[in-house]
Design a protein around this ligand. Structure first.
Ligand code: F6P
Length: 345
């Protein structure tokens, strides 16, 4: 069987380990021939392929990024995912002699894996995103690395913030969900953690910051990029385009910091962590999770379990039907937010 491997969406530490796990099991144990498409669907559309064998994956687990590259290029040329788009993919698949796909990606990629399988193009999903927002899996690889980097940033911001008696606001990634903010905030003892799932008002945030000051301490506020102020959405976004004409993501810390300063009179600084939290070497946890995900995906291909995703369920990697995983993001539940709230103010 010839299997095509493709990564799509933003990169996530651990992708190399996942590829290595899938190749070692797929090629060495199951006798598959494996090929990687470069830069996601771009490589597929433009026939940019590399062989994936033991030599190609040697020593890659500790490496950040992904050897195949990744992109947000869409699989469907018209963007609609209609019958003509599927047929175009089918034609390419036949031309390349590819029997099935292992697709490494987030919610969008898993949706594509499901659609392809439904149309007779067998696919298995490997979930990845630093945001940890994919349903059907307890954790995605890349998340632990991002949280570690964000917690270290909190620790460092705290010492400079304390020295100047300032309020420090750290923005972390999390476009739709607040998992990175929640975990990093808890690990770093943030006095306020703001997540998209639970809007808070500027009055409430300022009250927390002031009560920390009243106890003689400085506040560390961690905010997910997707957070919006309760009842005042417009004020929270740094509307507009970046220098390249693209819609800006994030920037919420830069909006919040002056609002906090105005209301509390406490000097406040904003830091946007940005892509630092997606770069560099994966943690040991992410390497192990990713390797096991790759192994399970190769085994599932051997067993013909198409239309499934290798999700972490407790301590086990389970092949979850893609239908269970796609279409709804895994958000921070209220009970988890309540735990973080214990440290607020
Ligand atoms: O989906 C992962 C993610 O890291 C989000 O948290 C973030 O909003 C986005 O990707 C950034 O995308 P890009 O790398 O394309 O700027």
């Amino acid at each position: 069987m010839r299997i095509g491997v493709l990564c799509s969406g933003g990169d996530s530490p651990g992708m190399n380990a996942a590829i290595r796990g899938a190749v070692l099991r797929g090629v060495e144990v199951h006798g598959f021939e494996m090929v990687g498409f470069m830069d996601g669907w771009r490589g597929f559309h433009e026939d940019d392929r590399v062989p994936l064998d033991r030599a190609a994956v040697r020593g890659i687990s500790p490496l950040g990024g992904v050897i195949l590259g990744t992109s947000r290029v869409q699989p469907f040329l018209s963007g609609r995912g209609d019958e003509a788009d599927i047929q175009a993919i089918r034609d390419r698949v036949e031309e390349y002699g590819v029997d099935a796909f292992l697709l490494i990606g987030g919610n969008g990629t898993q949706t594509v894996a499901q659609l392809l399988t439904e149309h007779g193009i067998p696919a298995i999903g490997l979930p990845k995103t630093i945001d940890n927002d994919l349903s059907g899996t307890d954790y995605t690889f890349g998340f632990d690395t991002a949280v570690s980097i964000a917690s270290e940033a909190i620790d460092r911001l705290r010492t400079t913030g304390d020295s100047h008696r300032r309020c420090m606001v750290l923005e972390v990634m999390g476009r739709d969900v607040g998992w990175i903010a929640l975990h990093a905030g808890m690990a770093g003892g943030a006095q306020v953690t703001l997540v998209p799932e639970f809007p808070e008002s500027i009055e409430q945030i300022s009250e927390w910051v002031l009560s920390v000051r009243d106890r003689g301490r400085s506040s560390l506020v961690v905010v997910a990029e997707g957070f919006r102020l309760a009842g005042n959405e417009a004020q929270t976004t740094r509307d507009g385009l970046d220098g390249f004409g693209r819609k800006r993501l994030g920037g919420v810390a830069e909006v919040l910091a002056p609002l906090i300063e105005q209301r509390t009179g406490i000097e406040t600084r904003a830091t946007v962590l940005g892509h630092v939290q997606r770069g560099g070497s994966p943690t040991a946890f992410d390497r192990v999770l990713a390797t096991r995900t790759g192994i399970a995906a190769a085994d599932a291909a051997e067993a013909g379990q198409w239309g499934t995703m290798a999700g972490l369920r407790g301590d086990r990697i389970a092949m979850v039907p893609l239908a269970e995983a796609v279409g709804h993001l895994k958000t921070v539940p209220e009970a988890r937010y309540e735990e973080a709230r214990l440290n607020f103010g």
